[in-house]
Design a protein. Structure first.
Length: 347
């Protein structure tokens, strides 16, 4: 079964549909034979811009917030599939306003799941992040609770016709708020590239790969499944040098270390060692099934399960490490970078 047959004639709701991921998913779905795409977001200006840019009658816009159950219910009524991408994603701002992260990322996600269940949606895919693993910041903690909320629904409602699954991914290159557009602007302005810590490592994946990951979840998910796409990583310094090389500013742009921000980690993890042990390898992806055991305290106090196997975390230091050449090659595949290069001038 391919994705085209899955969504053919279907209605798809995307929360946070005017963001980087949502916009990419909209373009992807419009190339398929979907009946309608519902976009739920709270930014009417971005909606108006997208409406004018697309000029597409199959796209319907809903102004609302995932924190408000009624607005979510309106957007998912009649939908076959839901992509839940709405979230507070900026680490520093969530550190200063953790209550807001909880309201959007946890309670908002619960609204999406509950409303989808009541509307009879076939499948909901919730987007998570590597920052949810061993979280040290409020954004990651709220995303970890979002994952638990999705899994708890699957565990507590096995009779539901709605399959709820989670996708977890690392840094998406050239997404809104990512470091690459910042590097591009700094190079164009003749300023040094600011990095928090040059040796910090991060997973790298494209927006299209994030769409592919969600697509894989729709095709293969059982209730409560967690999916991770295998991805390479690089240091932030390597990424900065690769951006400079690709855009014609040389192999050694000036890099200024500014120090780590609130809540940042030196490396990110996509799977804990315990999840690695439970996972199945699906080629480009890992699948971690739901722990569907009932709330039987004897399992935790009297009996337990056999263990002893040892595995390493799947993190940005244990995955394949990219050098400047490999990172530059990856950057050249990004549509945004290709557009800059096609213009024939420096940004």
């Amino acid at each position: 079964m391919n994705q085209s047959s899955v969504v053919s004639g279907a209605t798809v709701t995307i929360t946070g549909g005017t963001g980087s991921f949502g916009s990419t998913m909209v373009r992807h779905l419009l190339s398929r034979d979907v009946a309608r795409i519902n976009i739920l977001s709270r930014d009417e200006a971005k909606q108006d811009e997208m409406r004018g840019r697309l000029g597409e009658p199959r796209v319907k816009f809903f102004v609302g917030d995932v924190r408000d159950y009624d607005s979510v219910s309106n957007a998912v009524t009649g939908a076959d599939f839901v992509f839940h991408a709405a979230a507070l994603k900026q680490v520093p701002s969530c550190e200063f306003f953790p209550d807001q992260a909880v309201k959007t990322n946890v309670m908002g996600s619960k609204n999406v799941i509950d409303a989808s269940h009541r509307a009879g949606v076939r499948s909901v895919v919730c987007l998570s992040t590597d920052k949810a693993v061993y979280p040290v910041n409020a954004m990651g903690m709220s995303k970890a609770l979002m994952e638990k909320t999705a899994q708890a629904f699957s565990r507590n409602h096995p009779e539901s016709a709605t399959t709820v699954s989670v996708t977890r991914y690392g840094n998406v290159m050239y997404s809104r708020g990512s470091v690459i557009p910042l590097f591009v602007r700094q190079l164009a302005e003749g300023r040094p590239l600011t990095v928090t810590e040059p040796s910090m490592t991060r997973f790298l994946m494209s927006l299209q790969e994030s769409v592919d990951l969600v697509e894989h979840a729709f095709l293969h998910a059982a209730p409560g499944d967690l999916f991770v796409k295998k991805a390479p990583a690089s240091t932030v310094e390597t990424l900065a040098k690769a951006v400079g090389r690709v855009l014609g500013y040389g192999d050694d742009p000036e890099v200024q270390k500014i120090g780590m921000r609130h809540g940042e980690k030196m490396y990110e993890t996509l799977l804990t060692r315990e999840e690695v042990l439970q996972s199945t390898d699906q080629g480009d992806y890992f699948r971690v099934p739901l722990d569907a055991r009932a709330l039987d305290y004897g399992v935790y106090v009297e009996r337990g399960e056999s263990g002893g196997d040892v595995a390493a975390d799947y993190d940005s230091t244990t995955t394949r490490q990219l050098d400047v050449d490999a990172t530059a090659a990856m950057l050249r595949e990004l549509p945004e970078v290709q557009a800059l290069l096609a213009a024939g001038t420096r940004p």
